[in-house]
Design a protein around this ligand. Structure first.
Ligand code: ARG
Length: 656
């Protein structure tokens, strides 16, 4: 997907293009990718370009070599094309180019967004790209555990981000619906049926046989492990099922249907849609795929099994077991081929726990060995791994009785706790309680809180599942953010103006000077807000506007890192040109001040609500002289917050 680097939509991309031109004009003899990042410290500027130092290194020894990196920076600035985006540039340190944006360009960007809608801000590098996302993927008849919940939440958010970017997203549920475990399940069901017939009951499988799938699995597994005779029958049942015996297939389907109902109960609560394409779908392709790998010499026989050996990996990928059977890896080879050839995927993304990283590395390497994938060109494949969910005791998340937590119960608890809080707050405020409304708000809040608590963590780290933390009214939680949004929506409602008509003819002013002694925030300010309000040299309206305009960047970064939640210090890494150390460049330690931070969608959203708070403390909205312009800033904030909620799969609330 070569086009992703050239996507436009964000300010950063516009700056990149301007600096790309400036670099070619000022130093045509060397090729350099522009490096532009947001400034971490508002004192320095809004953005910075960090190319000068590396370029200086490259030019050393050439006839026209500049004397110092600062000269390189001066030349780059001098070659910037005329534009309406940059108001001013300044040099700092050994050759950083600090950029101050024009206020007009920010205010125009916001007005346009309000008039045309947020679609105009979507990153454009993925339009029409086919992105296959394999996520959730629970196993039939086994419990859908918190790991699958993480896969569902992270996968759904990635889908939503790609969908917003105009990609053609295929949401695949690679359900574990095939394999040897079905032999024991079918046989155990057959025994239940025999008992029923003996007692004068019906001679067919019944839904009651699969009413408690976890119990069915537990009982069948126990017998499989303990009874030799049952084990033999179970194995025979697998063979019958695989050879297409109608009765075995019917039992298998009944089990799958029961499982599907359980999964659906979770998906509908979470508002997640998925296309089921389980392992069984690839079953008819396995033989041919493995034959192809063997014939091409990609798979070789080792101890009777067909294995793909991959450089740098201690274990091979076993595509056919020594008894001739196919397994998880065989299916993934067939699936990747199908997704590349039939689905014509540009990017295939797998979302599972990090425990499966090696499996996917092997699958990707085997697909490359087979020539289905080529490094550096054509379709991409990625494994998005995530860490464990831990209980408050820091151990694997389980119920008090030691069982795995049932997801439906977990979601129900989040919801009922929210309902209680909402009722309490309504009672405190002396407001009437409408039960249907409370129920609706509690769903949005409870499920939203579970999702947000998951997404705000770095995906590869383990995190503790804590209702108390995720349902906290203060701090970085969905509950806090939903309240913040409802309040902003309330301000706009109270003004009782047609904001969209206003947006068409009222310029958004960003000139309000800094107020030195803020009144306490009405929005439960965090320590960070107060500090920012006292010490930020930026104007609150401007600060808010700039952050709003950074939404496209937050999304580009989320995609680049394939995580809705990752912070990376890329700009800092880029500061140090290859072959140089910090000392060789004589960078003062202060250079760390220039670190630029990538955004997470969740962090972006939280920072937005903090920036709004600072603005609201400082800038009177209703009844002020600047009411119209400030209302537009309120509405723009609400619109952008809603987009973030939507991308995170959280339903916004307009009043709580
Ligand atoms: N069913 C698997 C599990 O529960 C996840 C499947 C992931 N997708 C894949 N194509 N292997 O661990």
């Amino acid at each position: 997907m070569a086009s992703e680097k050239t996507s436009c939509g964000s300010i950063r991309n516009e700056l990149l293009e301007l600096f790309r031109t400036a670099l070619t004009v000022s130093f045509p003899s060397v090729s350099a990718e522009p490096v532009v990042a947001a400034c971490n410290n508002a004192k320095n500027g809004d953005y910075q370009c960090n190319n000068a130092m590396a370029l200086f290194g490259k030019l050393k020894g050439t006839p026209s070599a500049p004397k110092a990196p600062r000269d390189v920076a001066t030349a780059i600035v001098g070659a910037l094309p005329a534009n309406g985006l940059i108001a001013e540039t300044s040099l700092a340190g050994p050759g950083f180019i600090n950029i101050r944006l024009s206020r007009d360009s920010l205010s125009t960007r916001l007005s346009e967004m309000l008039v045309k809608g947020l679609a105009s801000w979507a990153p454009t590098g993925y339009i029409g790209k086919k992105v296959v996302i394999d996520f959730s993927s629970p196993n039939v008849a086994k419990e859908m555990h918190v790991g699958h919940l993480r896969s569902t939440i992270i996968g759904d958010t990635l889908c939503r981000i790609f969908e917003y970017c105009g990609a053609d997203v295929l949401r695949l549920n690679h359900v574990g619906d095939w394999g040897t475990q079905f032999g024991m399940l079918i046989e155990h069901m057959a025994d239940a049926r025999r008992l029923r017939v003996a007692a004068g009951g019906e001679d067919k499988d019944m839904d009651e046989d699969v009413a408690d799938l976890q119990e069915l699995y537990r009982a069948a597994k126990k017998r499989f492990d303990e009874e030799e005779e049952f084990k033999t029958r179970a194995r025979e049942a697998v063979t019958r099922l695989q050879s297409g015996d109608p009765e075995s297939l019917a039992s298998w389907q009944r089990i799958c249907a029961a499982s599907r109902r359980e999964f659906e109960a979770i998906y509908s609560r979470l508002g997640v849609t998925l296309q089921e394409r389980g392992e069984s779908f690839y079953n008819p392709m396995l033989k041919d795929v493995v034959e192809e790998l063997k014939a091409a010499g990609v798979a070789t026989i080792d101890n009777g099994a067909a294995c793909v050996f991959v450089e740098g990996q201690s274990v091979p990928l076993i595509v056919q077991k020594s008894d001739g059977g196919f397994g998880y890896a065989s299916t993934d080879m067939a699936a990747i081929k199908h997704r590349l050839n039939e689905e014509k995927a540009d990017w295939i993304i797998y979302v599972t726990d990090v425990g499966q990283s090696q499996h996917f590395e092997l699958v990707f390497a085997a697909a490359k060995k087979a020539g289905w994938l080529v490094d550096g060109s054509g379709p991409k494949v990625s494994h998005v791994g995530f860490g464990l969910v831990l209980g408050e005791d820091g151990k694997r998340f389980r119920t008090r009785s030691g069982d795995l937590v049932r997801l439906v119960e977990l979601l129900d608890e989040a919801k009922s706790r929210c309902a209680a809080t909402i009722r309490e707050r309504r009672a405190e405020a002396g407001e009437e309680v409408n039960e249907a409304e409370v129920e609706d708000a509690a769903c949005a809040m409870g499920y939203g809180a579970v999702k947000y608590a998951d997404l705000k963590n770095h995906r590869t780290t383990n995190y503790k599942f804590s209702f108390d933390e995720m349902l906290n009214l203060k701090g970085n939680t969905a509950v806090y953010l939903l309240y913040a949004h409802a309040r902003i929506a309330g301000i706009v409602r109270k003004a009782d103006k047609d904001v969209y008509a206003l947006a068409a003819d009222t310029p958004i002013s960003l000139d309000h000077p800094k107020h030195l002694y803020p009144s306490p925030s009405l929005f439960w300010p965090s320590h960070a807000t107060v500090t920012a309000t006292y010490f930020s040299p930026r104007l609150q309206e401007l600060e808010l506007a700039l952050h709003l305009c950074k939404l496209p960047e937050a999304l580009e970064d989320a995609i680049e890192e394939l995580a809705p939640n990752r912070r990376v210090d890329v700009a800092f890494r880029n500061l140090v040109p290859t072959g140089f150390t910090l000392n060789a460049l004589d960078l003062p330690l202060r250079a760390t001040h220039y670190r630029s931070i990538k955004l997470r969608v969740t962090d972006y959203l939280y920072d937005l609500s903090e920036k709004f708070n600072s603005f609201y403390v400082d800038c009177k909205v209703l009844g002020s002289e600047q009411e119209a312009s400030r209302l537009l800033l309120c509405e723009a904030t609400a619109v952008v917050m809603r987009k973030c909620f939507e991308l995170l799969g959280i339903r916004p609330l307009y009043r709580i």
